[in-house]
Ligand binder design. Sequence first.
Ligand code: SF4
Length: 324
Amino acid sequence: MVVFLMGGLGGQAGEWWNLSPILGCMAPLYWCREELGPDSSKGYGLKVPFSPLSGSRAHSTATVPSKSSGKGKKVTVLYDSSEGGIAEKEETDSKRLKWEPGNWRQQLDNIREMRRKKDAPVDQMGAEKCFDSSAPPEVMRYQVLLSLMLSSQTKDQVTSAAMLRLREHGLTVDNVLQTDDVTLGQLIYPVGFWKNKVKYIKQTTAILKQQYGSDIPSTVRELVNLPGVGPKMAHLVMNIAWNNVTGIGVDTHVHRISNRLKWVKKETKTPEETRVALEDWLPRDLWSEINWLLVGFGQQICLPVNPRCKECLNRHICPAAKRC
Ligand code: SF4
């Protein structure tokens, strides 16, 4: 119906048309051409007051912005005035229309389908799998933090093997503090930047002992103050160790795929920028799932180099798909 109306009606800018007689419907239906910028050819809006049969005096309105409409444009909203008749009110459409990427729900469903078998490295060896689930809660939380500290710039297989060696050695705050740096280095080698990580693990563990009773902090603000802990890690720790979703954990996979699928309004340069951009529109109840989904998807199909677009269910709706 929208296509018919937009293609078949004209009118001056700002002039309201009652479409009810034309369409033969009982309910009032109004259409107005609006200038959306200095050049009126840029587009126009369609306003369809609905719920006229609800008995309510005030009508809600739906707005169909033209493709070219940008944020901050004024739109006119129709109401039944208390005196009878139609009243108009201008609102800024950006207050009512929130940006979200096209097709994202279909793309997400496709990724869920491609991840159905849960057979990516992250499923077997991610941070959720690396801690000793029979240990006391504070020790489990410490192990989650350590596995995430080890995991940056490191493949899951390498992190998992290092965690196994650490756990055999005894992965508690006290044990790590009693372990000399050379031995700790041998235990975690060859994780990425292992020398720096030895230093950060020792410093962080000492802080946990002194300030947190050998437990880990329970806020993002405190976590990011620990040496070697950044925002991505902090949000993942909050989710896994404290079961509290405070933000999206954006690693290199989530960052890359979000840009390929155009899940960010403008291209982002860093994972932290991507996190902020995703959190702006992605429903909060998906924040926890999205890291797990995209990390595994990035490990198996949407690879950093030579993504397997031919096998990807999103190949027809992905802006970055290789068509040949
Ligand atoms: S079509 Fe290719 S680039 Fe797009 S999501 Fe799938 S694998 Fe990644």
